[in-house]
Design a protein around this ligand. Structure first.
Ligand SMILES: Cc1cc2nc3c(=O)[nH]c(=O)nc-3n(C[C@H](O)[C@H](O)[C@H](O)COP(=O)(O)OP(=O)(O)OC[C@H]3O[C@@H](n4cnc5c(N)ncnc54)[C@H](O)[C@@H]3O)c2cc1C
Length: 594
């Protein structure tokens, strides 16, 4: 993959959009397209025909499917060749996650196995542990699970009470405790377990074999959705874990848990794409069959609006996902070129893009929830029937806002990461903020947009950045030490940043497509950008006003309000017509092919 001059984590907030380049899905290599086809073919042949059997948790079926996935090489994409995997790029592993993401419960099992289950060992494990287990993980001979959550320790994961005590002979840790909500727990052969050694305040991480005496498993949870995904409690009662099975150093477990969650969050941003496209296909196919008032419901503007919004959110999400994934690959290559070991380079890259990972998790899960909800709505009463496939789409979507860190926690991550960048007094953000505030009286009235189509869009996006920088600065200055406990303000700021990043990613993709697509094809992407930017501006304005009304009063409030009006302006255009054209293309094709 060609080097694209990636930005540092969070740098999009100050970097000029015109000087930014982003990798887009239209640049996938032949090999990457082939992997996408293999994944799609697997879903069509093995997963979609068996969805009811999977959801009924038919004995052995999920394990069988994962083993078959292993035979195709799809479980070893991220595992280096020296450990029996394929050593593919981060982007390629996201392509598999994206396509297989349409596979409902199977996708959850695949994602947990290849992501949070296996990666702590890959990135932090000793050479001996990696040699012993990774080749079998790459083929699917051993399946994995990630055991962090406990009954009393969910979002506050480091508060877990599972303990590991060194045995008298120093050869084992004796593990006692309980984990809950463990995906793949019903069958995983290897458990990555987080526990505190003795009276440590910070978690450590251990690799535990399923058949270790003292490990027992609870019954399958009855869940609202992803019913085919195995989710159980796991109990550890005086389990002897060899000391060499510690992953990373003592006390490093919490850092491992968080770093691995960064990957999980990006991966979730990929998984949702497959689910989005599947729900859109159900939506348009129904809308093209169902007649009311003597015409197909796909002819109604209200339905076209929903179909178009489904497509817009999907393309926007995809743009942000592949932009970020390529940044991760480029950062890894940069670190390796500096002499870092591959594993260290990965960790460096994942820490770097913590903010972007959280953005993808929140935007992707909420966009999918919107899409499946409108899919049900398009089906009317039939959407409420458990006989229709949208029933499964709707139920399976909801978990995405909860696991891999709830969306509240991820919004806090976005706001916290921003604060870290902004607090540095020599940071560009700090200087821009001070300058904006000093000149705040200038930011009112109407903007005259100049230049060509993309120049004008760039102006809008640059102004979004100014809006965020200004509001965050004033919030922080006004609230002082209280800032971090004013979560409502932090949520609003996070929402603004999320909209900005996705809007900018979409802009960069559409700009690139000008040279790649025919003018007819390209025009529909401009429609997508027009509609998304307008919506993002309105959302940024709303969030900004919510924030300032929480901390500003009197003259300050009015000045900030006017500045928000100024910085969230967009060119007036008929986005109803843009949405109609997007919907029309979907309706004519009768399936998603953007
Ligand atoms: C189907 C399923 C599969 C899962 N798979 C796994 C797995 O494989 N491995 C694993 O370790 N875990 C897994 N989990 C656990 C999951 O990660 C947790 O449920 C999640 O992190 C939330 O923790 P909790 O359920 O304890 O909610 P809580 O932490 O109790 O949160 C309850 C509410 O309070 C909010 N909240 C909590 N803290 C704060 C705060 N500081 N500020 C603002 N709001 C806050 C939350 O956002 C949420 O809205 C799974 C869960 C489910 C349901």
């Amino acid at each position: 993959m060609e080097i694209k001059n990636h930005l540092k984590g969070g740098e999009f907030l100050v970097h000029h959009v015109k000087n930014t380049n982003a990798f887009v899905p239209e640049e996938f290599s032949e090999e990457q397209r082939m992997i996408a086809d293999i994944c799609q073919d697997f879903l069509e042949k093995e997963v979609f025909p068996n969805l009811d059997r999977i959801d009924a948790q038919e004995k052995g079926l999920m394990v069988n499917l994962l083993k078959k996935t292993g035979e195709l090489g799809l479980l070893g994409l991220s595992i280096p060749e020296e450990y029996g995997g394929f050593g593919q790029s981060f982007v390629t592993s996201m392509i598999a996650a994206d396509v297989l993401g349409a596979g409902h419960s199977y996708a959850v099992a695949y994602s947990a196995d290849t992501g949070i289950g296996a990666l702590p060992l890959l990135y932090y494990g000793s050479e001996e542990l990696k040699q012993k287990y990774l080749p079998k993980i790459a083929t699917g001979e051993l399946l994995t699970a990630y055991c962090l959550t406990e009954p009393g320790a969910g979002s506050d994961a480091n508060s877990g009470r599972t303990r590991a005590t060194l045995s008298e002979d120093g050869k084992h840790y004796i593990l006692n405790g309980q984990k809950m909500w463990i995906t793949n727990g019903g069958f995983a052969d290897l458990l990555t377990v987080f526990a505190k050694v003795d009276n440590d305040k910070i978690l450590s991480c251990f690799l535990v074999e399923r058949n270790t005496p003292g490990v027992t498993f609870g019954a399958e949870e009855h869940k609202m959705g992803i019913k085919g995904s195995s989710t159980v409690q796991i109990f550890f009662n005086d389990c002897k874990i060899p000391v060499e099975n510690m992953i990373g150093k003592r006390g490093e477990g919490f850092r491992i848990a968080l770093n691995i969650l960064h990957i999980g969050r990006i991966k979730l941003g990929a998984n949702v794409i497959g689910s989005m496209k599947r729900a859109i296909n159900h939506s348009v196919q129904y809308a093209n069959e169902r007649k009311q008032f003597g015409t197909l419901i796909s002819n109604f503007g209200a339905i076209k609006y929903k179909l178009a919004e489904q497509v817009i959110k999907t393309i926007a999400n995809e743009s942000a996902l592949y932009r970020t994934s390529a940044y991760v690959d480029e950062k890894i290559n940069e670190e390796i070129a500096k002499g870092k070991k591959k594993e260290e380079a990965y960790l460096e890259a994942l820490g770097e893009y913590a903010m972007e990972a959280a953005i993808l998790k929140v935007f992707g899960s909420e966009a999918l929830d919107y899409i499946v909800d409108e899919a049900v709505q398009i089906h009317g009463g039939m959407g409420y029937s458990a006989e229709m496939p949208v029933d499964r789409c709707y139920r399976d979507s909801r978990i995405n806002r909860i696991f891999e860190g709830t969306n509240e926690i991820n919004r806090l991550v976005v706001a916290d990461q921003y604060l870290k960048l902004a607090k540095k007094c020599d940071s560009p953000i700090f200087n821009i903020a001070k300058d904006l505030y000093a000149n705040i009286d200038n930011y009112k009235g109407k903007i005259n947009f100049d230049g060509d189509y993309f120049d004008r869009k760039a102006t809008v996006i640059e102004n979004f950045k100014k809006a965020i920088i200004l509001i965050q600065y004033r919030a922080y200055e006004t609230l002082g030490k209280q800032y971090s406990s004013e979560q409502e303000v932090m949520m609003s700021i996070a929402d603004m940043i999320i909209q900005l990043y996705v809007a900018e990613s979409l802009y960069l993709r559409v700009k690139k497509l000008e040279t790649v697509k025919s003018s007819q094809e390209f025009s529909v992407y401009k429609d997508v950008l027009d509609a998304f930017i307008q919506e993002a501006a309105l959302e940024i304005f709303n969030s900004g006003i919510n924030a300032i009304s929480s901390f500003a009063t009197g003259d300050e409030y009015h000045k900030l309000f006017e500045a928000m009006q100024y910085f969230t302006q967009f060119e007036p255009m008929n986005v109803k017509e843009s949405r109609r054209r997007i919907a029309q293309r979907l309706i004519e094709n009768n399936y998603y092919n953007f």
